[in-house]
Design a protein around this ligand. Structure first.
Ligand code: SF4
Length: 328
């Protein structure tokens, strides 16, 4: 039984979220503290789904991501298969440009709305821009091009924009500098660079594990909004055997869906797209409208993916969106 005062508070929070007024940290913590194994979260999911109809015009979209290069990475983030210390990826390799272009065109023809080129820091912004130009030339203009790479400065952001990138994926990860080897100040600096550039920002709360507190999650939702992200949402940590955090397990789908609902309600009309990864029908029901299809080098796996990660193809993504009532 939920106390009456909590129900009143909850109704107020949901009204604010669906009207696009945004949510405070306390309100986010209230939402995220609900028991996601009970029906009490159902009105939250419904309100967030309604907000998705309103703020995303009910459009379901696909973000197709190509992991361009493998590189044993000295930063050794404790969840990432590329970490040098975990000895999963032991040699460097990269897809040739022609293969990246060919796969990008295929994804676009199959119905992807974004093509994301994901590279390690070592690949370099200049080389990524050359690749971006080659891909952009072959893509229909309605398909957006996104970059997911390491840190860069204002000149790098301008270079990416001029090469035809519309969007950058960048996130201040949960427990950055503790579970990651990245200097948090450098990460924040790149987010500031993106916020003042012509590039759009997509920023998911990630990589979410069962151990993260409601306060930590609320802080990251609000941080994404503070950097003017137009794409937000959440990504669960995938326990990769051999990485130090694998034994902490994976967050439950319903808890991830609650985080998605909170992100949708906090984002309001300026965050048109809310993404969940890995895919989950429950999260779509809770207001996510973007699904990710991946290929190539994947930090959530021990091996290169030649086709679609976990057999989740563009066709499967379109079907899942359609089944949850999105226009595709
Ligand atoms: S998440 Fe990025 S920075 Fe961290 S180990 Fe993996 S590739 Fe390196």
């Amino acid at each position: 039984m939920v106390p009456k005062t909590t129900l009143h508070t909850l109704k107020d929070i949901l009204d604010r979220g669906t009207s696009g007024d945004g949510l405070s940290k306390d309100e986010l913590v209230t939402l995220l503290s609900l028991d996601c194994e009970t029906d009490v979260v159902e009105p939250v999911f419904e309100a967030a789904r309604e907000a998705a109809r309103r703020f995303s015009s009910n459009r379901g979209r696909i973000w197709a991501s190509i992991g361009v290069d493998y590189q044993p990475c000295p930063l050794n983030c404790r969840f990432c298969s590329f970490g040098q210390k975990w000895e999963i990826v032991t040699s460097a390799s990269a897809w040739p440009d022609e293969k990246v272009v060919e796969r990008s065109v295929q994804f676009a023809q199959q119905g992807a709305h974004w093509i994301t080129l994901r590279t390690t820091q070592d690949y370099g912004v200049s080389r990524l821009c050359e690749l971006g130009l080659s891909v952009r030339r072959e893509l229909p203009s309605k398909v957006k091009l996104a970059a997911n790479t390491g840190e860069f400065d204002d000149a790098g952001a301008q270079q990416l924009f001029e090469a035809g990138f519309n969007t950058v994926y960048h996130a201040f990860r949960l427990r950055e500098g503790i579970d990651t080897g990245i200097n948090p100040a450098e990460r924040l600096h790149t987010l500031e660079v993106i916020a003042r550039s012509p590039l759009e920002l997509t920023y998911l709360v990630e990589p979410v594990g069962p151990e993260h507190s409601t306060e930590e999650l609320a802080d990251e939702i609000l941080r994404a909004l503070s950097f003017k992200a137009t794409g937000a949402g959440a990504m669960a940590r995938v326990p990769v055997p051999g990485t130090p955090l694998a034994n902490r397990g994976r967050v439950a789908d319903r808890a991830l869906a609650l985080l998605i609902a909170a992100s949708r309600l906090a984002g309001g009309p300026s965050v048109t797209d809310i993404c969940v990864h890995p895919p989950s029908p429950e999260a779509l029901r809770a207001g996510a409208n973007i699904l990710v299809v991946e290929t190539g080098a994947i930090p959530r796996d021990r091996k290169e993916e030649k086709s679609a990660w976990q057999q989740f193809t563009i066709h499967a993504a379109l079907e899942m969106l359609y089944m949850e009532g999105y226009d595709v």
